[in-house]
Design a protein around this ligand. Sequence first.
Ligand SMILES: Cc1cc2nc3c(=O)[nH]c(=O)nc-3n(C[C@H](O)[C@H](O)[C@H](O)COP(=O)(O)OP(=O)(O)OC[C@H]3O[C@@H](n4cnc5c(N)ncnc54)[C@H](O)[C@@H]3O)c2cc1C
Length: 317
Amino acid sequence: MPEVLVLVDHVGGTVKKATLELLTLARRIGEPGAVVIGPGVELTALAEHGAAKIYLADAAELTEYVVAPVAEVLAQLVGETTPAAVLISSSADGKEIAGRLAVKTASGIITDGVDLAGGDRIVVEQSIFGGSTVVHAGVTTATAVITVRPNSVAPVAAPAAGEQVPVTIALSPVATTARITDRVVEEKGARPELAEAAIVVSGGRGVGGADRFTIIEALADSLGAAVGASRAATDAGWYPHQFQVGQTGKTVSPQLYIANGISGAIQHRAGMQTSKTIVAVNKDAEAPIFELVDFGVVGDLHAVVPQLTREIIKRKG
Ligand SMILES: Cc1cc2nc3c(=O)[nH]c(=O)nc-3n(C[C@H](O)[C@H](O)[C@H](O)COP(=O)(O)OP(=O)(O)OC[C@H]3O[C@@H](n4cnc5c(N)ncnc54)[C@H](O)[C@@H]3O)c2cc1C
């Protein structure tokens, strides 16, 4: 079975859920080899999710620079193992690493995949033009460099050997030109990161004001969800811009997306259309968002959302 390398994304030593999703996808197309870059990473989850090998490049130096050393480690491993694919999470950093790796190894690259299938050639599914078109693409080179959007698949455990393979590398002078001088940890509440959340509850112009976003937050908290917003809501100053979902905001692909008071403009759809289950609450039965939904409620969100929140809290006991 061909090897498939998975770049491990970690924060404070904890492996991110997006990596466990990549390991789950990697098992469909080969034998996963997890690539850990940096010291102090908790490795148990990697073996639990199918990593037959764990390539451990744990020199502290590798995390002192921006993305270039990561691409060099991966390029070295591609040279040594000729994997069928390298899977990387579709974050801003992930896409930059993937681009650099593809150039270094003369490999084909596909970004923002939402699904993968094996066979004679790896086929990557992408959702483009605001989700209106599905593309199936493959590369013609020996190794495919593929970035996959978080939440494209639910992580499934499948214990494997997790054999640790130490990796040493002499970084090139080019990789060490941009040093990280400081790291500031973003202050976060208890809610999950928007781009990685399994459930997203969003509000739009229909919410009607900044103070009224509390009902969106209450629904999100009852579900352990992240809060999102349409551009109309962020432009109005009702919710911070970093929570905007859409073409010029974040792309989310959660298991459940609940759109409240959002019309469903093409630019908003572009950021959420690949959500697995879509629910909308809108008082206009003709709103375009209803073309997308799995379940729609025609009604005033100020009546519907608090009822829904109460019911969820009641059922959770
Ligand atoms: C280049 C470009 C990039 C853009 N990028 C983005 C982007 O990234 N993300 C994004 O979201 N938009 C983006 N937009 C803007 C986009 O075109 C829409 O204007 C925007 O998404 C509309 O937001 P909305 O659905 O909240 O507001 P509206 O379109 O005004 O819709 C509000 C909805 O709320 C409903 N409503 C009102 N009151 C209630 C109530 N009490 N209860 C229930 N329903 C109610 C209405 O029926 C309506 O359907 C972009 C536009 C351009 C031109």
